[in-house]
Write a protein that binds this ligand. Sequence first.
Ligand code: ACM
Length: 562
Amino acid sequence: MLLFRLSEPKPAAAIKLLVLLAACALLVSCSSHPYRNVSNSPDDYHIIPQPNQLAILKGRFLVNPETKIIYETGLAQEAKYLANLLGKGEGASIIVDERNASSGDISLTLDSTIQAEEGYELNVEFDGIHLSAKTAKGIFYGIQTLRQLLPASIEKSMAATDTLTIPAVRITDQPRYAYRGMHLDVARHFFSIDEVKKYIDLLAMHKMNTFHWHLTEDQGWRIQIKKYPKLTEVGAFRKGTAIGLAGTRDAPYTYDNVPYGGFYTQDEIRDVVAYAGARHITVIPEIELPGHSSAALAAYPQFGNHSGPYEVARRWGVFEETFAPTEETFAFLEDVLKEVMELFPSTLIHIGGDEVLKKEWKESAYAQALIEKEGLKDEDGLQSYFIRRIEAFLNTNGRSIIGWDEILEGGLAPNATVMSWRGVEGGIAAAKQQHNVIMTPGAYCYFDYNQIGGEAQKKDPLNGSNRVTTLEKVYSYEPTPAELTPEQTKYILGAQGNVWTEYMPNFEVVEYNVLPRMTALSEVVWSAKKDRDWEKFHGRLQHMSRRYDALRYTYAKQCIVQ
Ligand code: ACM
């Protein structure tokens, strides 16, 4: 292959000759190009999420071992990602400087005239592909679109001799919502770094931009904190796990008595954050407080409301164990959050705030005296005080809090973002108070709910819930509540799918519950509302499932088969 560098001096005559030869080659190749006049049909374009504007053109672009990816400085990472997708390996056939683009090339360029931060324009013609965007992030999304214009077989590996063609198209695209998220609970069950990366790969393919990593829970503390080693030495392991659908069908509890646990070292966490960053995904860590804290208190009982004993929970549900609102606890939590901030560049830090039973605070002389001293109304007021203190600390460090909608109770902390999970009411209330909102209502966005329903659900070996959220229901979700004024709707930043893993003992079950519902959600948060069409989506999903197969993801096939 020839590589030209414009900076290299060449004799003028040689340059002229080269230009002439190139022009002749172009003429010959254009007129005789076998893919120039191929007609394409709508079925050649089955992209999820559906792009905003898509014009079908004549012709196909041939990808072959000589195809060059030409990229502008600043897009090296994206160019490499694309090269890998095309099976060409690290760095192969990549040259810098878009001025060298010529017939047969794929060029990636930044274009400041494109308005949308995450938008892109993709032009595929028989003799070249041009992808442009305002940011590298937009380029990345354009690459994901290009990926879906290629056959699913590219996901396995492309032999050097394979011929691949891409149907000509002109696409102008940008997301509807700025926040497009997926959550993963790694505390009820623990997943390896490779599994977490496989999850992040799925997010990337669906143009999701946020991974909410639920790292601490009653049943396990999963993030190494150097100042408090017992959080993982003690808090990351439980003595056993409740068997069956505990607390619902199979109550009373029985336990397997098999020790269970695991945690991520800080190096591993940095690795995941970098991996996600290369895919333009922000990782929001969640450190639960003041409830869901049994594992932390098993490690450091001095931060509880009583002297214990505490244990890392072995069953599911909501627990009374709560951090005590003492100065020692705040100092501890600030130390923890300092290490968290060093690991995660995300502006938003999730501080939980959900399902805090106030029983311990009601019975604690210290908590009651604090309510009195601070002039708080009640235990809800104390929860609000707790969250405000944590918020003030994070704000001082340039970060903001996000919490579950219970943080509305007793009064919202001044800059908090609210994650609305108990329906949409919390989100509506927060938007009316001019607070940012992420919508995750259980009925549409909880992917631990069963996805089949009816009789089939009972026979489903991978079923872990008696509540149902079907694929079609996810697809029907409208994140912006109708009761908000246009001004208030600006606070609805987007939506997220939540994956609670009480009944997902291994990653295969996670994949099964996430797919294809996450694919439906990706269209909810990306595509224009007017383009939402269940029948058409379901048709495109057939193609997407081939990609799941090629990538060896487990998924609910019964939701896809027509
Ligand atoms: C939650 O599902 N407890 C946020």
